[in-house]
Write a protein that binds this ligand. Structure first.
Ligand code: ADP
Length: 484
């Protein structure tokens, strides 16, 4: 029997993306088709989403949803079955879905995402009979209240899965919002939405969903510790076996070096020569010296404390002394952007940077770099190291979260066994990063070994096939659990 899933999420590739969450939301539905799982995804009607809809069907109208009327639209875009919450008073704001032009969180974010969650819950309870799902799958804090609306409605509810993509974003708001959110007073309790004297959106989802997943097995362990749990570790420990880790994949159609129209020349395992043209194109694009023997370290990242790029800035002299070049694409914190911009002037031809968000350049960096650096302090899964494996750029990563799970460190034992795919370092410190950079440069000098590692990397299965099967099993277990 085809299982019907309602996914609910605040961003989805290719329509609106600020990070890996959108990639997952965009790729998982297609990967679940062979598992006989049909996903419909509920997303906010941001301008970019509404503009992409061709002949949407109005499946419901709301007379007053958090203040004004709204509509629920159904459409298929880029192969994705979507339900779009067209609520202009909440979502008709261009640009980043969460912040205004000054980078400040929209003041009504709790209401915006509560509305999304409430509609998800109502669909779960039969609002649009033809679309009533077997399971609701909510992603991140923005949709955490879905399980709360289901729980406190007093009506029968479908089972729910909550996936955490990043514990650092929790959605915490004042308790005085409770009536505006349409939740009853009894919801404000330790086993409800209450979180250290506030309302916790993620907390509510973790407390009230039937199952919790996060995006790698190691992160599933880390979030049950005080450091990784960021306030929610006790709750997660108390949920016992309801918590599990399912590794992300990447869309191997979008990220395919053999057919990628965004790169300078196609290549694949059997014809790696094409990589050289990408390296040259990348060096030219970022103003780096054109030198096939330079070891290019690439970075595609949000510029934030999480990503550990301050450590990279600090250890840039070592990277350059090791014969490296840096090709960085990033957006985020001004101090980091300024730091790297300064380095491009100081080390002309050796450090190149684009400050901004650029899908095309992200692909070229993967195709043209020799190494992709991900020195994150914590990393739930990480996608850029998966792209790197597929594009034959060796990932140099901190041994945390999903980075630990997806890269095989090319240490002596792994080299002897012929199984390495990259370089890992631990702890996440400047010294360890620097040592890893030197180790990588040593590997680079030994080209036969490097080629072997590159081949191992490119043979790694980074697709959604295995993760999709794991999600399908989880959904079916939940449905069977309810039926039994
Ligand atoms: P996070 O979701 O924490 O930002 P992930 O590694 O899980 O990190 O996902 C990041 C995604 O966003 C990847 O697909 C990556 O290629 C993309 N990305 C990050 N920064 C940029 C940027 N400046 N320009 C283009 N793509 C970017």
């Amino acid at each position: 029997m085809t299982l019907k899933i309602l996914a609910v999420v605040s961003e989805i590739y290719p329509l609106v993306k600020t990070g890996g969450l959108a990639d997952v939301a965009g790729a998982l539905p297609g990967a679940l088709v062979p598992e006989d799982v049909a996903v419909t995804t509920l997303v906010p009607g941001y301008p970019a989403v509404l503009a992409a809809l061709k002949k949407p069907q109005v499946v419901h109208t709301f007379a007053g949803l958090f203040g004004h009327d709204a509509r629920l639209l159904k459409a298929n875009v880029s192969g994705l079955d979507l339900l779009v919450l067209d609520a202009p008073h909440l979502f008709n704001r261009p640009g980043n879905p969460y912040v205004d032009a000054d980078g400040k969180d929209w003041i009504d974010n709790p209401l915006r995402f509560a509305a999304l969650s409430r509609v998800a819950a109502e669909i779960g309870q039969g609002l649009v009979p033809a679309l009533t799902p077997d399971v609701i799958h909510a992603h991140d804090w923005q949709t955490g209240l879905t399980a709360a609306y289901l729980r406190y409605s007093g009506r029968p509810a479908v089972p729910t899965v909550m996936t955490v993509h990043n514990m650092a974003f929790q959605g915490q708001y004042g308790r005085d919002l409770l009536p505006a959110l349409g939740l009853p007073a009894r919801a404000y309790a330790i086993d409800g939405v209450e979180y250290y004297g506030t309302i916790g959106f993620l907390k509510a989802g973790l407390q009230l969903s039937d199952r919790i997943t996060t995006v790698s097995p190691t992160y599933a362990t880390e979030i049950r510790t005080a450091e990784g749990g960021m306030g929610l570790d006790g709750l997660l420990r108390s949920r016992g076996n309801a918590v599990s880790g399912i590794l992300n994949g990447i869309d191997t159609g979008v990220w395919n070096p053999a057919t990628d129209a965004r790169i300078a020349a196609p290549f694949e395992l059997s014809r790696l020569a094409g990589r050289a043209a990408n390296k040259k194109a990348l060096q030219q694009r970022l103003g780096l010296d054109v030198d096939p023997n330079a070891l290019i370290f690439g970075v595609v990242s949000r510029l934030s404390w999480q990503k550990g790029l301050d450590l990279l800035l600090e250890r840039l002299p070592a990277l350059l002394a090791a014969g490296g070049q840096l090709a960085l694409l990033g957006s985020g914190e001004m101090s980091l952007a300024n730091g790297f911009a300064g380095a491009t002037t100081l080390h002309k031809g050796r450090v190149g940077m684009v400050n901004g968000y650029d899908e095309g350049l992200a692909h070229l960096i993967q195709a043209g770099s020799d190494v992709i650096l991900v020195p994150s302090r914590f990393e739930p899964c990480g996608l850029t190291q998966l792209c790197a494996l597929r594009y034959g750029a060796l990932p140099l990563v901190a041994r945390v979260g999903g980075l630990a799970d997806t890269v095989i460190d090319a240490n002596e034992v792994a080299l002897a066994a012929g199984v390495g795919t990259g370089v890992q370092f631990s702890p996440v410190s400047g010294d360890a990063l620097e040592a890893a950079i030197w180790r990588t440069a040593d590997l680079w000098r030994d080209r036969p070994t490097w080629k072997k590692l590159q081949k191992n990397a490119m043979k790694t299965d980074v697709s959604w096939t295995r993760p999709a099967a794991a999600y399908a099993r989880l959904y079916r277990e939940l449905v069977a659990g309810r039926a039994g």
